[in-house]
Design a protein around this ligand. Structure first.
Ligand SMILES: [Zn+2]
Length: 529
């Protein structure tokens, strides 16, 4: 699948980059943004998974196009990484609020007129505005440039605060979303405003398919009051096509949680993922109580779809890491298992012939998480598969998709024999992908003398590790190295970043560890070890 994405991406550059070339580096995001947007369009045509996979990517990397432009010098080495994800999110938002038909027609006029020439983003905005006014998909008093400048020329993205008043009205405000606030950022908070396309669904009308907005919140409006149904929940940002997060008043959050617990299928799967991601991220930023976010996660016991699950697994990773070396880990583990075991039992530990790509990804992600939580039946199955492979090396029954976590679990649970077996396979194998899997697994051992030996082989030439693989050895050992960092001299910049991260993590522990632990204990999740 990655191969397919790369091919579509590079093909798209024939239009975005080669046919029409940006005038200067600051417009580079247009190339990369469109090329990665086309990846998802291409995948959609092939597998109709686009929105699903798109969302995983989108959630992981929401930052402003302007961040990229401002950092252009620092980013020059890996500009694709810097500009592509957010650029493509902003483009997707544009295609949604203009409607796909208008977007396509405007885009093709832009490409025709600018063929074999240079362009700036204003050229694109011009053609899209003309088309949108012609098609009446955008009011005459608005231009695409006016809207898009707020998304591409300033940093970050907003959080929309929605207060569901009981009288059939909702009050909206917007502010810049920041994961951690510091003195300098709070001073400038007021100067950041966006043109936000407003769409919503409600209990009365749970239609999440309308992504062309009837309403806009403009940068000039500090608050906006709109009509909503009088009773029940509202959920804003249909299919999360807008590049913004949404926070609600307590009562509306409660009504959303009730709906999820009673019948979550009323809410679109993409919006379920959005709600999980928003709740957990807002809690991390101190904008929503963790109790609310955790209560919301409880509905996952009944969730079977991949998009919400993938998002939930991602957002629990941070908490898991923070709890890992604390007394509260046992309670968190109990909670996580209570959510994930129902779907684990359903999926079973083998790939089915009629699984589609999405089923396969879902199974691997669920199994590897359950195993990494140390759930015995899952661990035992992995260890058995690996043992069978050791006994009969030429006949591996381990599905290629399972290899990554099965190898790792077996080496983590095993001793030197298990480790040595993978080491020998690494030396013998001619398959680059397999070599990488093995390198990763070799770092999973819990025995420090084995890891020391591994590190030694990674550093010294002629000890069996290919030169280009040394970096992978370090990557697989990163937890081990963190614990034993005396004697390692990290570069100044990396050290500074690590320090800032550590400070944020300490603050997080001070603020939220006890809150989460209390919630877990009050809900009968305890340390059973
Ligand atoms: Zn590219």
């Amino acid at each position: 699948m990655n191969a397919a994405r790369t091919i579509v991406h590079e093909l798209a550059h024939q239009w975005f980059g080669n046919l029409v070339t940006p005038e200067w580096w600051t417009e580079l995001w247009l190339n990369e943004g469109f090329a990665s947007y086309m990846e998802y369009i291409g995948l959609n045509a092939w597998l109709s998974l686009a929105s699903t996979l798109y969302f995983r990517n989108f959630f992981k990397s929401m930052y402003g196009v302007a961040d990229f432009i401002n950092n252009i010098r620092g980013c020059s080495v890996s500009s694709e990484l810097c500009s592509a994800p957010c650029g493509s999110s902003v483009i997707r938002m544009m295609s949604s609020f203009l409607t796909e038909n208008t977007f396509r027609k405007g885009l093709s006029k832009y490409l025709t007129e600018k063929a074999f020439k240079n362009a700036v983003q204003d050229d694109l905005w011009h053609h899209l505005t003309q088309q949108a006014h012609e098609d009446k998909t955008l009011d005459k008093d608005k231009t695409v440039k006016e809207i898009m400048d707020t998304w591409t020329l300033q940093m970050g993205f907003p959080v929309l605060n929605v207060t569901n008043n009981k009288n059939g009205k909702a009050t909206l405000t917007q502010e810049r979303f920041l994961l951690s606030k510091n003195a300098s950022s709070s001073n400038t908070k007021d100067s950041y405003r966006w043109w936000i396309p407003i769409t919503f669904a409600s209990r009365e009308n749970p239609n999440f398919n309308v992504t062309n907005p009837k309403l806009w919140m403009s940068p000039k409006e500090s608050t906006k009051t709109i009509e909503i149904p009088k009773d029940g929940w509202v959920i804003f940002n249909n299919k999360q096509t807008g590049v913004y997060r949404v926070n609600y008043d307590d009562r509306n959050w409660e009504m959303i949680i009730d709906q999820l617990l009673i019948d979550h299928t009323v809410i679109d799967p993409i919006n379920r993922a959005q709600i999980i991601d928003d709740a957990m991220t807002l809690a991390q930023a101190g904008l929503l109580p963790y109790e609310t976010a955790f209560k919301l996660l409880s509905y996952l016991k009944k969730e079977t779809e991949y998009v919400p699950w993938g998002t939930a697994l991602d957002s629990l990773k941070y908490i898991k890491r923070m709890f890992q070396h604390t007394g509260g880990y046992g309670a968190l583990r109990e909670f996580s298992l209570s959510l994930i075991l129902p779907i684990f039992e359903k999926l079973e530990f083998e790939e089915k012939e009629n699984d589609n790509v999405l089923d396969k990804i879902k199974r691997v992600e669920i199994l590897s998480r359950v195993c990494s939580l140390g759930y015995k039946p899952c661990v035992n199955l992995s260890v058995d598969l690996y043992k069978a492979w050791m006994e009969n090396p030429d006949l591996s029954k381990i599905s290629p998709n399972f290899k990554k976590f099965v190898f790792c679990i077996a080496i983590r649970e095993g001793g030197f024999d298990e480790w040595k077996f993978s080491w020998d396979r690494y030396e013998k194998s001619n398959d680059g992908a397999e070599k990488n899997l093995l390198l990763n697994a070799l770092g999973c051992s819990k025995k420090s003398w084995i890891l020391n030996e591994y590190l030694n082989r990674g550093i010294k030439e002629g000890k069996g590790i290919r030169k280009q693989d040394s970096a992978s050895v370090f990557k697989s050992l990163k937890d081990f190295l963190k614990k034993n960092k005396d004697g390692l001299l990290p570069a100044e910049r990396a050290a500074q970043q690590a320090l800032e991260k550590a400070e944020n993590n300490l603050k997080w522990m001070d603020n939220y560890y006890q809150v989460i632990l209390d919630w877990l204990n009050n809900n009968n999740f305890r340390n059973n070890i």
